[in-house]
Write a protein that binds this ligand. Structure first.
Ligand code: ZN
Ligand code: ZN
Length: 684
């Protein structure tokens, strides 16, 4: 035994260790840090990773147990990756082992050493011939792009993060490609993050055709387990030169990393909503600084956090104000819905007459129109006029949405679905009616109003089948659609050449939402949507963005009309400063879920009490627990408590000391099913 070496190992077992502790195990030879192993834990055998330093207390000699298997075929994970994982676990308050192990492909955790060796051999054989060829030609840059590129190159690892603030269609992707080429030329790997899986195929195609001699892999949750393993290994072995992925790719092992690009950096999809609730954008910035590689954040509508960093000079801002090919941004027209006559039955008008006429003009010219309505289904609620019954969900504090296509009432929170009743379930009245309008109903109304038009719809319901979205997008690109109705899915990224009109049918709700980021998100969505119009320079001059609103005087719409993101950002930040909201304060949200609201509340109250020693001396404030906007989901009651501080360090200090104390509450609060902390929450 005296010959055996001790190694610190992280395992996914928060209940056994402190949040950031390693466990000691014995092995005949010293193990290289980053090596994957199997170790005993209680009566189980679990995967573990040899860490490069000991965290927490060393184990007593008598308690030491030997490593069961060393998966030596897999080259070790590198210290830089371990620092990233430590930061992620520490900042988002999760166990180090849980985060570290969850980042390995699930397949990898199941294999033994021989199986891993075999996979690697197979990869080697495949790697012999990465697609050859010269790649697609490089187009000429516009003078503005060329100027931007001059500021971007040479890539410098010690430079501040770059915020590439460029209007839609200004050619940001071309600059990503040029920077990627520079990093590849130096023998480095390039990581490109996009917010949604749907956006990866077209970007992948663009990178693949430009870099034909290089290996490109995708990393996202839509891959099969085998693909995910293969792509992860290629990245980890340094054989993949380009890694394109969604938020989880930010934590990939990349030994030769030389550039990180975050496209649409403002997008809420970059925030993970379970487990370690990390922001991939923020981790990208951290990783870049820690590994001394440049990071490029691109957006037409930057997050207010990034925009403010640029204002303060902490990020370097590079602007692209012109569209490639000389196109202009569409003129924005506000329709004052207060002046539109209502039909005799008092129902709301789907399209104002002027907008309808503008769409008819497009159809006559063979051009396309996009109608944006960020609510799917036929109607958000069914209503009985006789007794007042509404289609509530029996399991949630929410309405069930009427889906006409399959005649169901579906809860979008818990998934509970039933056939639409023929009569009111409470009073038997046959006359139950839909209230409000979702994309299904809008599609129906447009088809009735414009009988000659080919109307299509894209939303989460219409694209459920595999390949459906690609097929529907292809139909739009092929000009087989005159009017496309859809949710935010149609607003992002797509390069529709035939679209000359975009209309937001009913965007007002976000103006008065309780969530302080609602306006920011809505503005970004409307700017993105506007960006879908007039991408073809020949048509750009007559392209329009229409907004139907009951509040035409709202400053958000004034900024939209002027395509002035900066004006919007300034006014929003002034409001946030006055209200003491991010980025002027730091927030964390403690959430509790229980069978009853009282149980969740009692837990949070006691948790709040436990924080007293720190709140007394740190500039940190705990608010009273409140229910979230939808408080009951699938018969589980939810409550949340906001923690706020002007200082990120103070908030981190409180969380690191306070959260471990909450473990002790478990025994007394058995009715509490789950609790979790969300650092830098997106919605409160
Ligand atoms: Zn009724
Ligand atoms: Zn429900």
């Amino acid at each position: 035994m005296s010959q055996a070496a001790r190694s610190p190992v992280v395992v996914d077992a928060p209940q056994h260790a402190g949040l950031s502790a390693t466990l000691d195990y014995l092995c005949e030879q010293p193990l290289a840090p980053g090596t994957l192993v199997r170790v005993p834990l209680g009566r189980r055998s679990v995967p573990g990773l040899v860490w490069d330093r000991r965290l927490g207390q060393p184990a007593a000699e008598a308690e030491l147990r030997p490593v069961q298997a060393v998966l030596a075929s897999l080259p070790p994970l590198l210290p830089a990756w371990m620092r990233l994982v430590e930061f992620c676990a520490g900042y988002y308050q999760r166990s180090l082992g849980e985060v570290a192990l969850s980042l390995l492909p699930p397949e990898l955790r199941k294999l033994d050493d021989t199986q891993i060796a075999r996979r690697l051999q197979r990869l080697d054989r495949a790697a012999a011939a990465p697609g050859g060829g010269a790649g697609a030609p490089w187009p000429d840059l516009t003078p503005e792009q060329a100027q931007a590129l001059e500021q971007l190159l040479p890539l410098r690892g010690d430079a501040a993060p770059v915020l590439l603030q460029g209007v839609t269609g200004s050619g940001k992707t071309e600059l990503y490609l040029r920077c990627a080429a520079a990093a590849l030329a130096r023998g480095r790997q390039v990581l490109v993050l996009v917010p949604e899986i749907n956006l990866t195929p077209q970007l992948e195609a663009r990178f693949a055709e430009r870099f034909a001699g290089h290996r490109l892999v995708a990393l996202h949750s839509g891959l099969t387990p085998a693909q995910r393993l293969r792509h992860w290994l290629l990245a980890h072995l340094g054989q993949a030169d380009l890694v394109l992925g969604t938020r989880l790719a930010v934590l990939a092992s990349l030994p030769r990393l030389g550039l990180i690009v975050v496209d649409e950096e403002h997008d809420p999809s970059f925030k993970q909503q379970e487990g370690a609730r990390y922001s991939a954008r923020d981790l990208a910035v951290y990783r870049a600084r820690s590994e001394q590689v440049p990071v490029l954040l691109g957006s037409a509508t930057p997050s207010l956090e990034s925009w403010q960093h640029a204002e303060q000079g902490r990020y370097r801002r590079i602007r692209l104000a012109q569209r490639v090919g000389g196109g202009t941004l569409p003129a924005v027209r506000l329709v004052d819905m207060n002046t539109v006559p209502r039909p005799a039955d008092g129902s709301a008008v789907a399209l104002a007459p002027a907008l309808r006429a503008a769409i008819e003009e497009r159809i006559a010219r063979g051009e396309q129109s996009l109608l944006l309505l960020n609510r799917r289904g036929y109607a958000p609620v069914l209503f009985c006029s006789a007794c007042g019954w509404k289609s509530g969900c029996p399991h949630c504090s929410a309405w069930r949405v009427f889906h006409k296509a399959d005649r169901t009432l579906r809860c979008h929170h818990c998934g509970f679905s039933e056939r639409v009743p023929r009569a009111c379930p409470d009073c038997g009245n046959l006359d139950i009616a839909p209230i409000g309008r979702g994309t299904e109903r809008l599609q129906e109304q447009i088809a009735q109003a414009l009988p000659a038009a080919r109307v299509a719809r894209i939303d989460a319901d219409s694209t459920r089948a595999r390949g459906a979205l690609q097929a529907q997008l292809a139909a739009v690109h092929a000009g087989e659609v005159d009017v496309l109705v859809g949710t935010q899915m149609i607003a992002k990224g797509h390069d529709f050449r035939g679209v000359t009109l975009v209309a937001a049918v009913n965007p007002d709700a976000a103006l008065f939402a309780s969530d302080f980021r609602a306006a920011e998100r809505q503005f970004a969505l409307l700017m993105q949507a506007a960006g879908r119009a007039g991408r073809d320079a020949a048509q750009a001059a007559r392209s329009q963005m229409w907004v139907q609103t009951w509040h035409p005087g709202h400053p958000l719409y004034a900024a939209l009309r002027a395509h002035d993101f900066d004006a919007f950002a300034r006014s929003q930040l002034a409001e946030r400063r006055a209200a003491g909201l991010p980025p002027y304060t730091r927030l964390a949200l403690l959430r509790a879920e229980a069978r009853s609201a009282e149980a969740a509340l009692a837990f949070l109250r006691e948790a709040s009490g436990l924080a007293a020693p720190w709140t007394a001396e740190l500039p940190v404030r705990l608010y009273p627990p409140v229910p979230p906007p939808v408080s009951r989901v699938a018969n589980v009651e939810r409550m949340q408590m906001l923690v706020e501080s002007g200082s990120r360090a103070a908030l981190q200090r409180l969380l690191a000391q306070w959260l471990p104390e909450l473990q002790s509450l478990k025994a007394r609060h058995k009715a509490v099913l789950r609790w979790a902390i969300d650092v830098d929450p997106l919605a409160i």
